[in-house]
Ligand binder design. Structure first.
Ligand code: IDP
Ligand code: MG
Length: 154
């Protein structure tokens, strides 16, 4: 496998409330990505402010923090070839209204502030590692082989 990497993915509170955890996990699993960590949790104020720290000066920051702490999320780590960029492609654009049908945000969202899923930004080097470390301890991430890996990678 070339470029094997891990990326942080989260079903946001709107996705949890709308019953989309299974659908999102299913899409990533069927693509061939491997879940190596998962945590159903509620984000507190400090973690939210740190996770979205890059947006602290934006007008939507307070609303974003309120939203992401408003209910349970499903935080995950997924592993695979070029995983960070591939997950972002499957997510669509930040604004669901601009996201192509077939993408997660394009299929399940309409509004910028309720876009169902988070995934580490592949254009921000180190974002995946930083976000994984923010949400997971090392011993919460599992190393294992999926039985289909020999058919998934050349
Ligand atoms: P991303 O989630 O596609 O990486 P970012 O630009 O990193 O997008 O923004 C983080 C999150 O902040 C978005 O997923 C969305 O929930 C929210 N957000 C971004 N821009 C706006 C906005 O203009 N209004 C309201 N919420 C926004
Ligand atoms: Mg982002």
């Amino acid at each position: 496998m070339a470029d094997a990497e891990r990326t942080f993915v989260m079903v946001k509170p709107d996705g949890v409330q709308r019953g989309l955890i299974g659908e999102i996990v299913s899409r990533l699993e069927e693509r061939g990505l491997k879940m190596v960590g998962g945590k159903f949790m509620q984000i507190d104020q400090d973690l939210a402010e740190e996770h979205y720290g890059e947006h602290e000066d934006k007008p939507f920051f307070d609303g974003l923090v309120d939203f992401i702490t408003s209910g349970p999320v499903f935080a995950m780590v997924w592993e695979g070839q070029d995983a960070t960029r591939q997950v972002r492609k499957m997510m669509g654009e930040t604004d669901p209204a601009e996201s192509a049908p077939g993408t997660i945000r394009g299929d399940y969202g309409l509004d910028l502030g309720r876009n169902v899923i988070h995934g580490s930004d592949h254009e921000d080097p180190g974002a995946n590692e930083r976000e994984i470390a923010l949400f997971f301890d090392d011993d919460e991430l599992l190393d294992y082989e999926r039985v289909d890996e020999q058919w998934l990678y050349e």
